[in-house]
Design a protein around this ligand. Structure first.
Ligand SMILES: [Zn+2]
Length: 185
């Protein structure tokens, strides 16, 4: 087993037979010693939106809830069962900021974990660049307490509470600088 199951002490009772006999079986799975039931904690898909305004400032949110309450974040969230990742991101940005995003383009992906209520969930993070036509109706809602527009060069990734946003923004800052260095055709 290359990695240790991070939830090995959290899940002990079998969801099928109810016995205190659940053993970690891999980094993401458990097996019941009594009835043989297998329980999997598979990766959840999460998406983040990279949105620039007309002055090349990036739209960031302030987290309203734990984990990372009060820290900066990127808009986005988890895909719901039955939902594609791009439709999930469109829905999340609408719920969080009342903005309609379009022209989504895949930017990057990272493996990540999300600790919630003492469970460590494995996450597949994906980031998309997106466009917004009209920012005038922007309203922080749901799990977002506020928002800011920050020039890309002024982004301090240390102000972002979640590793997911830090990973994406470090990569985006590099790509953005590289793009600026290229001569105009
Ligand atoms: Zn069992």
């Amino acid at each position: 087993m290359p990695h240790t199951n991070p939830n090995r002490t959290r899940f002990r009772f079998c969801p099928s037979c109810g016995c205190n006999s659940l053993d970690p079986d891999s980094v993401k799975s458990f097996k019941c010693r009594e009835c043989g039931f297998g329980f999997f904690l598979n990766c959840a898909a999460a998406a983040m939106a990279i949105i620039l305004d007309h002055q090349n400032r990036i739209l960031v949110t302030v987290r309203a809830k734990e984990p990372g309450k009060g820290t900066l974040d990127l808009p986005g969230g988890f895909a719901e069962p039955g939902e594609s990742i791009d439709h999930g991101l469109v829905r999340e940005v609408k719920e969080e900021l009342n903005l309609d995003i379009f022209d989504l383009e895949f930017f990057c992906s990272f493996a990540n974990t999300y600790p919630y209520n003492c469970v460590v969930y494995p996450i597949t993070d994906m980031a998309f660049t997106c466009k917004v036509r009209d920012f005038s109706l922007i309203t922080p809602m749901d799990d977002v307490a506020g928002f800011r527009f920050i020039p890309v060069h002024d982004l301090d990734t240390g102000m972002f509470g979640m590793g997911s946003a830090r990973n994406v923004l470090e990569k985006f800052k590099k790509a953005y600088s590289k793009q600026l260095q290229q001569p105009n055709p």
